[in-house]
Design a protein around this ligand. Structure first.
Ligand SMILES: Nc1ncnc2c1ncn2[C@@H]1O[C@H](COP(=O)(O)OP(=O)(O)OP(=O)(O)O)[C@@H](O)[C@H]1O
Ligand SMILES: [Mg+2]
Length: 355
């Protein structure tokens, strides 16, 4: 296990992660489609690759395509290829990914929002193992194992009629659902060290000097909405800004946008509701600490009339953001700073969609 983990750089020792690896090893040898589901940055691409390399097709092509990156026409031609002159600009005949992946595996990433036409063509390839190139009438046979990934709830989309249920049935012979990083905190420091050592090497540092215990605690306490990718970014940024190979890294830079000069942020709750009331009052410059709702205030006094609920909410959001930033997004410390219990704080963060 340790060896193969090292080979494809899949790091993790938590039970949740190890049971995913077992699941992958179990389903890999079967010649059946697999669907990988997980929040952004949880490692879906790495798992897809591992599925291929643990399968009997491992010496054959492993081809990938991100379906969200292309419009319907381009996606169709990338998947299925096109004949020469099939459409304006289609010069030579183009081999699609299904042809290139023949005898190997095809990884289709972010396939949740593909159009009805693409879904129909996919269904046909899975059913009959054949398709036509765009602009062609001859059927092309292909033997491809499909691995698909999404961070959307496909059964839900299928129920709403936005994804073909019959296609979902076929794609999801088995489903591997990756746990978010916050649910496998045992892996955080392991991953952080791995990314830090790589970064130190890239920076030609003689060694990675480690993290201070406060830095480690910050990494452990953060909720990682962007999962492993976010952790990688944060660690690499913190090591590079620290730029010292003798003193341990003490500051974890969770938010690169954090700056006293950051332009004023729009309040999330206002963004989602109707536009904020138009205020004719001059907007006061951003203060170092929010003393009162500033968006409609002069000399610290709110200008009436105003929307009471919206103004109070905006003040609360400012306070929460300030406390979160000052505590380096450590929620326990944030709660202490605001005189709230941890659970009260979590409730309020949830209410404002700040979790
Ligand atoms: N277990 C892991 N060990 C080492 N690195 C990992 C692990 N999981 C993820 N990563 C790294 O995290 C980053 C994100 O992984 P990946 O691209 O596979 O995620 P994803 O689920 O496909 O994300 P998205 O939904 O945003 O496309 C990559 O740099 C990957 O190498
Ligand atoms: Mg991905």
């Amino acid at each position: 296990m340790a060896n193969s983990r090292k080979q494809d750089n899949l790091i993790g020792e938590s039970n949740a992660f190890l049971s995913i690896l077992d699941h992958v090893s179990q389903v890999a040898p079967l010649d059946k489609p697999v669907l990988i589901i997980g929040e952004r940055g949880t490692g879906k691409e790495l798992i897809a690759k591992r599925l291929h390399f643990l399968s009997s097709r491992w010496e054959q092509p492993y081809i990938t395509l991100n379906c969200a990156a292309l419009n319907e026409n381009l996606l169709e031609s990338e998947l299925f290829g096109h004949e020469s002159g099939a459409f304006t600009g289609a010069g030579k005949r183009h081999e699609g990914r299904f042809e290139r992946a023949h005898k190997g595996s095809l990884f289709l990433d972010e396939l949740a929002n593909t159009s009805g036409l693409i879904q129909e063509k996919l269904l046909r390839v899975i059913e009959y193992g054949e398709f036509e190139r765009v602009g062609g009438s001859r059927s092309v046979r292909t033997d491809v194992r499909l691995i698909c990934a999404t961070n959307e709830d496909l059964p839900d989309l299928a129920e709403q009629g936005e994804f073909r249920a019959d296609l979902l049935d076929r794609l999801a012979f088995d489903v591997i659902t990756l746990p978010p990083l916050r649910e496998r905190t045992e892996d955080i420091l392991l991953l952080a060290e791995h990314f830090a050592i790589n970064m130190a090497r890239q920076l030609h540092m003689s060694m990675f000097p480690g993290f201070t215990s406060t830095a480690r605690q910050t990494l452990l306490d953060f909720h990682w909405p962007g999962n492993v990718r976010e952790l990688k970014n944060v660690v690499e940024r913190s090591v590079y800004r620290h730029n010292n190979d003798t003193l341990p890294v003490h500051q974890i830079i969770l938010d690169p946008f954090q700056s006293p000069w950051r332009p004023e942020q729009r309040v999330k709750t206002q963004d989602r509701q109707s536009p904020p009331p138009v205020s004719t009052a001059p907007v006061a410059p951003e203060p170092a600490t929010p003393a009162a709702p500033q968006s409609s205030a002069t000399n610290g006094k709110p200008v009436l009339p105003l929307d009471f609920k919206e103004t109070v909410q905006s003040f609360e959001v400012d306070l929460l953001k300030q406390a979160l930033e000052e505590s380096q997004f450590n929620q326990k410390r944030t709660a202490e700073m605001l005189g709230l219990s941890y659970h009260q704080l979590r409730g309020i963060l949830k209410k404002y969609d700040l979790l």
